[in-house]
Unconditional design. Sequence first.
Length: 89
Amino acid sequence: MTLPIDKRIRDAPMEPIGCRHCGARVLARKSSWAQTSIQWDAASTAACVERHAASTLSEAGMRHCSQLRESIWAAAESGELPVLDNPVS
């Protein structure tokens, strides 16, 4: 059984976004103002001050970075990162 490719991946690929704080580069997509997808790799995880600091087992589940979140929000507000479900006001 072959699964269909998610149309969002084809129609709106993830975009590279850099953190304004540490420079970590991730791939991101904003499906809406409330939903963000982020793809980390080893280099971006190592560069991220917040994620790199989460080195203990209890902190290993940390999946976000407040500085990166702010950088992605700024990219969306400026139009650098499109918001796919962005109602026209």
